[in-house]
Write a protein that binds this ligand. Sequence first.
Ligand code: CTP
Ligand code: MG
Length: 227
Amino acid sequence: PRVAVIVVAAGSGTRLQAGAPKAFVGLDAQTILHHCLRGVFDARSAQVVIVAPEERVGEALADAQDAAGERRDLVSVVAGGRTRQESVAAGLAAVWPDVEIVLVHDAARALAPAALIDRVVAAVERTGWGVVPVLPVVDTIKQVEGETVTAVVDRSQLAAAQTPQGFRRDVLGAAYRVADTEYTDDSALVAAAGHPIATVTGDQRAFKITTPDDLERARSLIGAPRA
Ligand code: CTP
Ligand code: MG
């Protein structure tokens, strides 16, 4: 099937506090966006849509073409919106007509490997369902109200969601057309529209760079000798 990956990179990175929109912060000589796109271009896809802050569209295009190498014809860049959901909608509007499967991926998950992306595509192909990569929750989780623990939560029923999340293009498009509130992720938005969601095994390397500590972790991971 023809696959498009929408990479949302239009956030400001307020929690990272790194002096530039998060996707444009350097990990080494290359940006977070560039590292994310390396994984994306190593996976099977027909189109890669990058959603960037309006004033960074040109910079994102140059960075993406550099990361794409021979595959630069696959690259589109569009301006994002005020919320992640608006940014995904902007990316969706730029997906080519013949695309059948759409993945939505956070640029901030800079080290997500190509194998994870291919695994999500394969699961959408196999099931026709929405697909979310998940990892088990390792911490014991408490339900709290103020400073009081109000309930025990069964950790075995919980999973932490990552991206890329994958969908049939018609399903994702229809779900975005009817969405009337902000959802925490695309699989929640698609589920709210009545579509089933399946999981695949996520990857530790697909963690989201959110805080300065996460940035340090990503930097040390790429500096470490390869196994
Ligand atoms: N994103 C986006 N458009 C927005 C908000 C977020 O494209 N209006 C993207 C971010 O660029 C990021 C992904 O959605 O790749 C996940 O969002 P998050 O980690 O929250 O990034 P930011 O919103 O940039 O960070 P913060 O919430 O700390 O400001
Ligand atoms: Mg945010």
